[in-house]
Ligand binder design. Structure first.
Ligand code: DGL
Length: 264
């Protein structure tokens, strides 16, 4: 069991931000990554659709005999994590809980902003998780739909990014938040620009936080891979997306092997 891979799924390429953080702190783990490129984006879809897709993605990873599933997609984590945890019998973690814990711990004035896709924000998952830890905190939410296509076009700085950031994040300046959670796989690539605009606001990268959470879960369940060699990474997608390899380089800052196409 310990030598089995970790499974990660996302709606597409964005979850590689999570893979990147996991391979940094768990370099000896084998990883199977599945990007549902045929059905991306998830960020504007309904709960029942996201549950269906997330279940199918998890079933695919189970076929690959993974020991744990990391739901890298914020939208799936927000809409389907509880559902997956109810129906499958292995550790399944999402990106929300770890990011929320960090934000609540570090918030100095108790004013937390959350940005994500439409479906993530409308689900109220982040807000609910924050208030569950501390009812007195103030939570401000905003959907930032233009950020995902900007990142996928490789546009990470410049005029367009500055305009989009101003349009979405000015609200948080007015609310005088002290902490902001990047509640979408793509937003860590805009972190520097977001920090530059929201000066003195603590920026929480959910991808980074979930990696530590994944390590704890493996440790607590005695599931860490004992082999001391670099883990093997395998990539699968549901559509032959020509751009996947190029984007992967942007997200992972290294080249990846050609992803295999599968039907979910
Ligand atoms: N992976 C999605 C998320 O983190 C963003 C892209 C999409 O809308 O599918 O919410």
């Amino acid at each position: 069991m310990k030598k089995r891979p970790i499974g990660i799924f996302d709606s597409g390429v964005g979850g590689l931000t999570v893979l990147r953080e996991i391979e940094k702190i768990l370099p000896c783990e084998d990883i199977i990554y599945f990007g549902d490129t045929a059905r991306v984006p998830y960020g504007n879809k309904s709960t029942s659709t996201i549950k269906k897709f997330s279940t199918e993605n998890t079933l695919f990873l189970l076929q690959k005999r993974v020991k744990m599933v990391v739901v890298a997609c914020n939208t799936s984590s927000a809409l389907a994590l509880d559902y997956l945890q109810d129906i499958f019998n292995l550790p399944i973690i999402g990106v929300i809980e770890a990011g929320v814990r960090k934000a609540v711990e570090f918030s100095s004035k108790g004013k937390i902003g959350v940005i994500g896709t439409r479906s993530t924000i409308e689900s109220g998952s982040y807000e609910g998780s924050i208030l569950k830890l501390n009812r007195k905190l103030k939570v401000y939410n905003r959907t930032c739909p233009v950020f995902v296509p900007l990142v996928e076009e490789g546009i990470l700085k410049g005029k367009l990014v500055d305009e989009a950031i101003k349009m979405y994040l000015d609200y948080f300046k007015r609310k005088k938040i002290d902490t902001i959670i990047l509640g979408c796989t793509h937003y860590p690539l805009l972190k520097r620009q977001i920090s530059g605009y929201l000066k003195n606001v603590f920026v929480v990268d959910s991808a980074k936080e979930v990696a530590g959470h994944a390590r704890n879960i493996l440790q607590n369940n005695d599931l860490l891979n004992p082999l001391k060699k670099e883990g093997r990474k395998r990539f699968y997608v549901s559509d032959e997306s020509r751009n996947f390899i190029n984007l992967a380089r942007l997200f992972l800052k290294r080249k990846i092997s050609k992803p295999r196409m599968i039907n979910v």
